[in-house]
Design a protein around this ligand. Structure first.
Ligand code: GLU
Length: 297
């Protein structure tokens, strides 16, 4: 196996501590495996993309000594591939146009579900649009036992999700014509031959959807590892919306040390005066943490 990992930031602002932890974990895992590490800029969510943020993120990664093995890939350059994947799914009858508005979905859930069930799309447009204009494209999820997706997370252990009851038929192309993250991420990881995905645990909930989509598109399923998310004092996931600040490019060692501590790596983070020596020690500590030996390429 040739290990290929990646870090896939959304350029909605500069890199913050939470995203640095994901970047560092994916970088260390690739280094520990003697593999390649790629960076993909997930810039297809037009309204959320901030001009200049991608360049800032790339520059911070550079200042922090994390250098990609290939030029960064931009999702906005890959629209034709997403369209091809959609056509492939259309040809197999796995997707259908949906005319529901958010309000209609919320209303029908109110009538058909007990209050505490999760909000799975009730499949209103599965058998036709009922005269409504098509707005989005949804992927049909299986019913019964085949709806249960199970996978082994390398950090968090066995995970199970029932796509029928917990998710429902999910959107691949949105009503506003934007490509959904779920489709883009699966197509991009497959095209880049990504073998290992290392990212924040906030994306754990999307993984079963992505595995199912990989099966529908007939592409391999990579190994998954979700690292604990960084939270603020209120216990919320750190994000630009709740006060995460940009990282200081001039103090990489301090910040990397804090990220290594968050990951529980056993290493003397203060001992290092160069990025090279920090990254070498962190790679060894990561491998030990994961119960593996560092492999050299
Ligand atoms: N772009 C996503 C984010 O920043 C990450 C996607 C992924 O790693 O699969 O949350």
């Amino acid at each position: 196996m040739t290990y290929r990992g990646r870090f896939a930031p959304s350029p909605t602002g500069p890199l913050h501590f939470g995203s640095l932890v994901s970047a560092l974990a994916s970088w260390l895992d690739a280094r520990a495996h003697g593999g390649a590490w790629l960076v993909r800029i997930e810039d297809i969510d037009g309204p959320r993309t901030v001009p200049g943020a991608a360049e800032e993120i790339l520059s911070t990664l550079d200042h922090f000594g994390m250098h990609a093995d290939e030029p960064p890939l931009w999702q906005s350059h890959r629209i034709a591939r997403y369209q091809e994947a959609l056509e492939q799914l259309k040809a197999t009858g796995l997707i259908y146009p949906c005319g529901c508005t958010r309000k209609e979905i919320a209303d029908s859930l109110l009538h058909t579900h007990a209050r505490n069930t999760t909000l799975a799309y009730p499949g209103t447009c599965r058998n036709g649009l009922h005269g409504k204009p098509a707005r989005a494209w949804r992927l049909r999820v299986p019913d019964g036992d085949t709806a249960v997706i199970t996978f082994e997370d390398r950090w968090q252990g066995k995970q199970t999700q029932n796509l029928a009851t917990e998710v429902g038929d999910f959107v691949l192309k949105r009503a506003d014509d934007q490509w959904a993250y779920q489709l883009a991420v699966v197509v991009d990881d497959a095209d880049a031959n990504i073998t290992h995905i290392v990212r924040g645990a906030d994306l754990m909930d999307s993984t079963a959807r992505q595995i199912y989509l990989q099966r529908c598109l007939d592409v391999p399923t990579p190994a998954y590892l979700h690292v604990p998310v960084v939270t603020n004092d209120q216990g919320e996931k750190l994000s630009k919306q709740n006060g995460a600040t940009a990282l200081d490019n001039d103090k990489p060692l301090e910040t990397l040390g804090a990220a290594a501590r968050h990951l529980g790596l056993e290493m003397g983070v203060e001992e290092h005066t160069t990025l090279d020596s920090f990254h070498a020690a962190a790679t060894t500590a990561w491998a030990k943490h994961m119960g593996m030996r560092v492999q050299r390429n």
